[in-house]
Design a protein around this ligand. Sequence first.
Ligand code: NAD
Length: 333
Amino acid sequence: MTDSAVVERAQQLRMLITQYNREYYELDEPTVPDAEYDRLFRELQQLESDYPELQSAHSPTQKVGSQPLDAFSQVAHEMPMLSLDNAFDSDEFAAFAQRVAERLDSATAIAYCCEPKLDGAAVSILYEDGKLIRGATRGDGQTGEDITANVRTIRNLPLQLQGDYPKRLEVRGEVFMPVQAFAEYNEKALARGEKTFANPRNAAAGSLRQLDSRITAQRPLHFYAYSMGVVSADKELKNSHFERLQQLAAWGLPISGEVQRVTNAEGCEAYYNAIMARREQLRYEIDGIVLKVDNIHQQQDLGFVSRAPRWAIAWKFPAQEEMTVLQGVDFQV
Ligand code: NAD
């Protein structure tokens, strides 16, 4: 490509990705499959890496999610809610693990916490004195939407913590609609002549951002916690991500039963294969797994880049179907 062709292609990709972000994050109505979005995103990342003069803080490759909707009050995240870098095959995961090992320069193998990548919507839930006082979406990572009334309707999300919890606890996790509940919901909606959802992810994200929480209450939403945000200093936290998840569970927060700690990168690969083989039997839809360096000090040493931590990666499964139907539109993956 000539230089002007490169600049033009980068502009075209930014426009397309910005449009798809709006459809996906703001309207909950994507018009292209995730695999197509991921391909365009990768192409833009590659152009920006090959031609550093194209890099810009305004590029969608540097941003998380999308602007919060004006219809909701805004919540400033005390700690940004980031995205995750992706690996699409075992070579890409191996390259990630290699970068982690080199940066940490550790004499011993690096342990990872392996988790299913739940396909729903990220939320931040704040507890004070054990009581659920606020729920927020990720939004653009810095500012989210206040969805407190809606998260209060999620049946497996406790309104009151139990046990020896910290005075102030922000927990982060995914709100999702289990596959069977999603199918039943769509069946009933169809029978009533109401709008159906394209997939469980859109169902969860759309249900969470209802202005009337009575509507959210009728949706079969579930929550699994996957990390801590800001936590008051009165409680000692474990130095292991896996053990922190157990602490959350002890305070009454639901976590996925599929979470495992492995002692090295090979263990991550085995976990990927095991979950991949059981993907269809899981109660909820997942689009891959998430691998996180387990040791919190090591996580802190690795730090963050603009939109994602350096200590975690989402290893995505290959696209499940060749042909997908979304909102009545057929397209090739
Ligand atoms: P992501 O979904 O690739 O990864 C980050 C998110 O993973 C987190 O915010 C969290 O919600 C979720 N997650 C699930 N399980 C988790 C766990 N165990 N630990 C930590 N996080 C977990 O990133 P993203 O920035 O939300 O979205 C990008 C992806 O969304 C794209 O790769 C694409 O697949 C899809 N997308 C599609 C379109 C489209 O038009 N089809 C548009 C935008 C985005």
